[in-house]
Design a protein around this ligand. Structure first.
Ligand code: NAP
Length: 338
């Protein structure tokens, strides 16, 4: 496989997508950034003047409104499909989470199959598609990329299901749709899926107010700003910058084709650890951080080492990730107040 050079990134104006865009641009690729919001796309472009010649923006519709990628894929030879609804504030889980996640994957792959140049599609799935909440330690066990969340579609969309459970279903069924597409349609490209757990780190996408932070970083900020100590549903995490490297390596490494990877730091986290790192690294920390303690759940593991080895990703430490994000969030807060 020759290295794809012109890459369509969906979800480019989101938390993870913007870092993927930056990693591609840093390495000399040409990028087409897909977004639902042209003003947000333009903000991305304006804030990267050094890359203006290699970054173009394309508007796509919401996945719940029959989005088509036919125009967006024209001329590209690789795709990184990051976009998918990630929110726990919903009124209709099937309509807002599950169906659009699946529709997004299908429309990207459909369009890619029509654009003969596309060689590879990398898809951001999630550890949510791997997690089996019924599997508990002891005895100790380790999740790998072989594992699948056992939720049925009916369970994921049941009216009494929480948005957290529906989100897990959205990621599972969207990823399954991708593997099924490859099996049945045998397109001229291969697919790689990445299943990261909680993803934290500094933001590179346009965010006007701290209230608009993406779900995962909003949890870090809740601890740092003294709002609350959220529940850590899993002790696994990855830094967004390492995850961006994993996406680009998954795109360019010939032998990654057809594989599924869990991309995760070997170090575990808890929100209690966030509290401790904020207290240790910021003068104001002790007075401000959320009340309460939370131990790291060290009863089971997730094998992120295979992805580290096969994709050549080195994982940052949690202390650095917390520091870099909180430093940035405090500056944003200062600007909001002034
Ligand atoms: N953050 C984590 O902890 C984490 C962990 C594992 C996997 N993931 C996965 O990573 C991907 C990106 O998440 P993120 O953390 O970067 O969240 P995010 O900042 O909320 O980004 C989500 C992106 O998806 C797009 N999107 C959301 N709903 C959409 C819809 N209905 N139709 C079209 N586009 C839609 C958004 O587009 P606009 O920019 O146009 O609004 C945004 O760019 C998702 O697939 C998520 O499931 C995230």
């Amino acid at each position: 496989m020759s290295t794809p050079l012109y890459i369509l990134v969906t979800g480019a104006t989101g938390f993870i997508g913007a870092h993927v865009v930056d990693e591609l641009l840093r390495r000399g690729h040409r990028v087409r950034a897909a977004t639902r919001s042209l003003p947000k796309g333009e903000l991305m472009k304006i804030s990267r003047p050094q890359y203006a010649a290699r970054l173009d923006i394309v508007q796509v519709r919401d996945f719940s409104a029959s989005a088509s990628f036919t125009d967006a894929v024209q001329g590209v030879d690789g795709i990184i499909h990051v976009a998918s609804p990630f929110t726990y504030t919903t009124t209709d889980n099937e309509k807002e989470l599950v169906k659009p996640a699946i529709a997004g994957v299908k429309s990207v792959l459909d369009a890619a199959a029509q654009e003969g140049k596309v060689k590879r599609v990398v898809i951001t799935s999630s550890f949510a598609a791997v997690l089996d909440v019924g599997r508990t330690a002891p005895p100790r066990f380790a999740y790998t990329s072989e594992d699948w969340n056992p939720l049925t579609y009916e369970e994921a969309v049941a009216k009494d299901t929480s948005a957290v459970v529906a989100y897990r279903g959205s990621k599972k069924f969207a990823e399954l749709a991708a593997w099924e597409f490859v099996r049945e349609r045998k397109p001229g490209f291969d697919v790689v899926t990445l299943c990261p757990p909680m993803t934290f780190g500094p933001i590179a996408h346009p965010v006007e107010r701290l209230a608009d932070l993406n779900e995962s970083n909003a949890m870090l900020w809740a601890v740092a700003s003294g709002k609350e100590m959220p529940v850590a549903r899993v002790p696994f995490w990855v830094d967004v910058r390492d995850l961006a490297v994993a996406h680009v390596e998954a795109l360019v490494r010939a032998d990654a084709g057809g594989k599924r990877f869990v991309v995760a730091s070997p170090e575990k986290f808890s929100y209690g650890l966030v509290k401790r790192f904020v207290e240790e690294q910021f003068e104001w920390g002790r007075e401000r951080v959320a009340q309460g303690e939370q131990e790291v759940d060290d009863g089971y593991d997730l094998d992120g080492e295979r992805a580290g080895r096969e994709l050549g990703v080195g994982y940052r430490g949690f202390r650095e990730t917390v520091r870099d994000f909180v430093e940035q969030a405090v500056k944003m807060e200062g600007r909001e107040k002034s």
